[in-house]
Design a protein around this ligand. Sequence first.
Ligand code: SF4
Length: 271
Amino acid sequence: MAYKVLDLFKDLPGTNCGDCGKAGCFAFATAVYLEAYPLERCPHLGDEAREIAARLQADRDEGGGRKPDSSEQALEHLRSVIAEIPLDGVAERCGGTYDPGPPESVTVEFLGTPHRILRDDVICAGKAPTVWVKILLLIYATRASGRPPEGDWVAFRELPNTVSKAKSFEASARRIAEAFAGRAEHLADAVAGVGGERIAHPSAPWAFRIRALPRIPLLLLFWDRDEEFEARASLLVDRSVLEYLDQEGLVFLAEALAQKLRGGDLAEVIP
Ligand code: SF4
């Protein structure tokens, strides 16, 4: 039987709390239905989750569901853009390493792992990057202005045009706080694993500078739980960050960071 976005939406809790990383239940339903965003990201579904998953699968089996070409189209567009730009200049602006090849490439560290940007693809020595990671890195490479970070940390919502995405960005910090509550030392280890380092900061007992991409540092502040308060985390960006990624790219980057710190698979990170 058909089971569409609206059917899924009606089966969700309807609180629009944003804990799933989306702006609300309808945005979540759309992402699950069209982009295979993981249903498990809504932590407020109980036993009914299994039933919903079965209905979604039955709908997919009948040809409904995913819209597979939107990401491929975006990737194709970005490939055509980078095909026109000299890669040595790209490397200089985005802080990558240029290799004349063949094949000609620019290597950038993405959350501690080197990725090679070629004219027609993005590759990685370990697991093949997902289409969304490729899109992120191509946006970064083609948008990079070369302006160095200002060293002025701001909240995501202080950047222009972030009202509709701020909750999603902040949900990533919340997921980090939940995962490492009572385990601050483990968070320090996880941060080291993505190329970050602990630094002193006047606002938080645990502060980490993470080089998410060569010209995109992130500041992660963490307050562990105590008798009074739950663990909290805050993720700040450099004021110059929009010279390198757009707002949606930053939301994806924050989700990818949360996923990697928790030891998860980047394949599950879908914008
Ligand atoms: S987590 Fe997302 S889908 Fe679940 S209730 Fe909150 S907004 Fe709705």
